[in-house]
Design a protein around this ligand. Structure first.
Ligand SMILES: [Zn+2]
Length: 388
């Protein structure tokens, strides 16, 4: 029942509308029109003001016509990463790709297009339909901040799906929590040629600290990274400051705390080794740490009704869908943290966040069939409840 041609054309239309994070206005207005045409009450929240963007999250409420059915949430994000302006989608058989200069934006416009197509099919066939809340978020790529600003109390649905991952055969139900860190390493400035003994080199302190750190894949559920280093003023000045930015992620809260502490401690121990006495004064290197929880982990059990619903839909289509853990975060992390039960279903997007991003339309159509079957099943029974 999925109209493949229509789905493909709508995806391409969306891809051609620029929508970098904080600049989603044009795509949001296009989607508002689409959702109103499908019969929803559509609003745009104030998330755009809160994050300094030009539009907020698009929220559409479909009241449904299947009396006893439970409401379902369907969500995807409207923004894309850089380079993502002036995207030229190229169709090569069933493969949609770019001209190599930008990302494709299939992340996450494939999810957006699938949701609209499924609602279109429900409407044009006048199928019994559960109440559906559609949320198209802004700024997912900027740190899930559109979802963080979303007031979930205005939604009727307590469970549902985010469509924002690659392979169609997987349902992501577990994702790590993440800490974001900024370490400011302070040394002591001095002339590098005249009196270097009166300086403490902050770059050296930072380097010693980083050299002691365990980074990369720490274990099967924990990762860590220092991703930015910024410091120093000139080659003839002993540098007095370095700023390091990094992150740690883990599916275990304890391991996340331990890894974060470890990284801070390595720098503090390095700083403690660098002290100076001169002119009757004591000088020492020191570290200022700013650590923020970026997002909480997602952990939807296999027994959750939404997971069971996806499995049942897959069975009806003779597909095999496996639940899986991911190392990345997405809007579903935030929605689960806000008390909803939301898993992340694949749409067929590939090699995302690169100019080589591509998408096999066959996967897109298959994912749309899955979502349609999920909505139909949920509309036919009253078994999906809000509890985990
Ligand atoms: Zn995405």
């Amino acid at each position: 029942m999925i109209n493949q041609e229509r789905l493909k054309n709508f995806l391409i239309e969306l891809i051609k509308i620029d929508s970098l994070s904080r600049q989603e206005l044009n795509v949001a207005l296009r989607l508002k029109r689409e959702l109103e045409d499908l019969g929803a009450a559509v609003s745009i929240d104030d998330a755009g003001d809160k994050v300094g963007g030009n539009v907020g999250n698009v929220i559409a409420k479909f009241s449904g016509n299947a009396p006893k059915s439970q409401p379902l949430l369907l969500s995807a994000h409207m923004d894309t990463v850089v380079p993502g302006e002036g995207i030229v989608p190229i169709l090569d058989g069933d493969i949609l790709r770019t001209n190599g200069k930008t990302v494709l934006g299939g992340d996450d416009k494939s999810g957006v297009a699938i949701i609209c197509e499924v609602l279109r099919v429900m409407k044009e066939n006048n199928l019994p339909c559960c109440p559906i809340d559609v949320v198209f978020t802004i700024c997912e790529e900027a740190g899930l901040i559109g979802a963080k600003c979303l007031d979930v109390n205005q939604l009727g649905a307590r469970t549902g799906l985010v469509l924002d991952s690659d392979s169609v055969g997987f349902l992501f139900t577990k994702a790590p929590a993440a800490n974001r860190m900024e370490f400011r390493v302070h040394g002591l400035e001095a002339h590098a040629g005249v009196c270097p003994e009166k300086g403490i080199n902050a770059i050296k302190v930072a380097a010693e600290g980083i050299a002691q750190m365990q980074l990369g894949r720490i274990d099967h559920e924990t990762t860590a990274n220092i991703g930015l280093v910024n410091g120093g003023m000139a080659v003839n000045i002993v540098p007095n400051q370095v700023i390091l930015k990094g992150e740690a992620r883990s599916h275990s809260s304890e391991k996340l705390a331990a890894q974060t502490e470890h990284m801070q401690r390595c720098l503090e121990q390095a700083a403690a080794r660098h002290t100076l006495e001169f002119d009757g004064k004591h000088h020492k290197a020191r570290v200022e740490a700013k650590i923020e929880r970026d997002y909480e982990r997602m952990d939807v059990p296999d027994s959750a009704p939404i997971v069971q619903l996806v499995h049942a839909a897959a069975r009806n289509l003779n597909l095999d869908v496996k639940t899986r853990a991911t190392g990345g975060g997405c809007d579903a992390n935030v929605l689960n943290q806000k008390g909803l039960v939301v898993a992340n279903l694949g749409t067929g997007m590939r090699d995302i966040h690169t100019v080589n991003e591509w998408l096999d339309l066959k996967d897109l159509y298959l994912s749309a069939r899955m979502v349609l079957e999920i909505v139909k099943l949920n509309s036919a029974k009253s078994s999906v409840v809000s509890e985990k």
